[in-house]
Write a protein that binds this ligand. Structure first.
Ligand code: FCB
Length: 475
């Protein structure tokens, strides 16, 4: 090499090693990730839920949901907050959907408030509520954003809870009526449907632990709710397929990458039970495998709620499944809670990074979960239908420099891509969530949004993480 070549090489290397990454970093654009790596058909979206954003809790004929009741009960929600107003999406839907467009995202996953459409649970309909979702859908379509509807994201009409809610087998009929109506009403415009949001979460938190609406407790309540929700999961799928031409039918599952604390047999067994409860309880019946009773024997008691023919009816051939992941769980044997005899070792005690929810940031977890779910026979496609992180954001001169959240997305997306490259049929990634909102029993403290919401003024500010998506998706 001549001296001239050597100098040229040094200059080029310096530009490559020092200046290009700096330039990319200044633009907040990860050199490791490119939108095109995910393929042209990959879907990029945000996810929300009606009760968490809509507000307008008693407007235009809406009936009460279990969350309207629960959030007003003493001591249930941090700082006694409630979703009465939330982000007031009911009134600001048009400008909020425009924000999705501004970030170059192309999917809006949202849910329908059952009691806005059927204030009395079933029977009489509320035209203003029906019209509201037409307006939301039309706005999405106008902006070239695909509407993806979740039929049930946890807000059961209160009148139905008064009759036992998910513990009453009649919920299968009630839910079918709701699903039938929505799919007939909106099915010509909306092709992508999800039946339930995280049935494990709403049954365990709402009917066993009493931490979510309706605040019920007890093993029998849990088991009844689980079986009825699993029946609705499949029945909802059948209704969507029957009513919507060219439907793309799915449902969603909360999931966590689970590891035993160590190799002690008691901890390994606890982790297995935990996995059956958290990751397997709803997907396996849908796939025709039945409930994972062998690994979580208490589920044998479900047979009390099963009628002749139910076993077959639990199965449905979904076009896709949505997996929703936030963290991993390190599990150990424990004397509480009974029945499960297992408990998580909190991230705070493990010297690992964690979010404002106390959830460990563990990007590899989503890779393992994608592999785990893809390994089931019968899974055709997977969407990451929720992933995101809460951090304590601050507005500084109208900007929110939420670097940790942007890093969170980059690291999780890298793992999604890794799974995709290894053949997992993952076809989309939806951020939880569009904007800061009512985070169930935690109220407004945990901020998960790409958009910051000042709840006193309802003013919105795009966070740096939202700007990162805008930039990333534009390339
Ligand atoms: C999921 C819920 C969603 C939101 C996120 C943080 O379990 O589906 O509504 O609360 O957690």
């Amino acid at each position: 090499m001549t001296r001239r070549d050597a100098i040229k090489n040094t200059i080029l290397t310096t530009i490559g090693v020092v200046f290009v990454p700096r330039l990319l970093a200044e633009n907040n654009y990860s050199p490791l990730l490119n939108r095109s790596d995910f393929g042209n058909d990959f879907l990029w979206g945000v996810a929300t839920a009606a009760y968490q954003i809509e507000g307008a809790h008693d407007v235009d004929g809406k009936g009460k949901s279990i969350w309207d009741t629960f959030s007003h009960q003493k001591g249930k929600i941090e700082r006694s907050e409630n979703g009465d107003t939330a982000c007031d999406f009911y009134h600001s839907y048009a400008s909020d959907i425009a924000l999705i467009k501004e970030m170059n995202l192309n999917v809006n996953r949202f849910s329908i408030s059952w009691s806005r459409i059927f204030p009395e649970g079933i029977g009489k309909k509320n035209q203003a509520g029906i019209d509201f979702y037409h307006k939301v859908i039309d706005k999405c379509l106008e902006l070239n954003i695909q509407p993806w509807i979740t039929l049930y994201h946890w807000d059961l009409p209160q009148v139905l809870q008064d009759k036992g809610g998910w513990t009453n087998r009649d919920v299968i009929t009630w839910f079918s009526e709701f699903a039938d109506f929505c799919t007939k009403e909106y099915g010509s415009k909306v092709k992508n449907w999800m039946v339930l949001n995280e049935p494990t979460a709403f049954t365990t938190l709402g009917y066993m632990l009493g931490m979510h609406a309706p605040g019920e407790k007890g093993l029998n309540k849990l088991l009844a709710a689980v079986h009825h929700a699993a029946m609705c999961q499949a029945e909802g799928g059948r209704i969507i397929r029957k009513n919507v031409e060219n439907a793309h039918v799915g449902t969603t599952f909360s999931c966590s990458h689970i590891e035993s604390k160590n190799q002690k047999p008691a901890n390994i067994a606890a982790a297995k039970r935990y996995d059956a409860l958290v990751n397997r309880m709803f997907i396996e019946p849908a796939l025709g495998l039945g409930y994972p009773m062998a690994d979580f024997p208490v589920l044998k008691k479900l047979s009390k709620y099963m009628k002749k023919g139910d076993a077959e009816k639990l199965a449905f051939d979904f076009d896709f499944i949505g997996i929703q992941n936030y963290t991993r769980s390190i599990v150990q044997h424990s004397l509480i809670p009974p029945v499960l005899w297992a408990m998580e070792v909190p991230a705070k005690k493990r010297d690992v990074p964690f979010t404002d929810m106390g959830w460990e940031v563990y990007p590899e977890g989503i890779y393992h979960l994608l592999k785990k779910f893809a390994a089931y026979k019968g899974i055709k496609k997977i969407i990451v239908s929720e992933n995101g992180a809460a951090f304590p954001d601050k507005v500084e001169n109208g900007a929110i420099h939420d670097k940790e959240r942007t890093e969170f997305f980059k690291s999780y997306l890298t793992q999604v891509l890794r799974a995709k490259k290894e053949g997992v049929p993952v076809m989309g990634y939806f951020v939880w969530t569009l904007m800061d909102n009512f985070e169930w029993s935690f109220g407004y403290r945990p901020r998960f949004g790409l958009v910051y919401v000042d709840f006193a003024t309802q003013k919105r500010y795009l966070k740096d993480s939202g700007l990162w998506f805008k930039d990333f998706l534009a390339h």
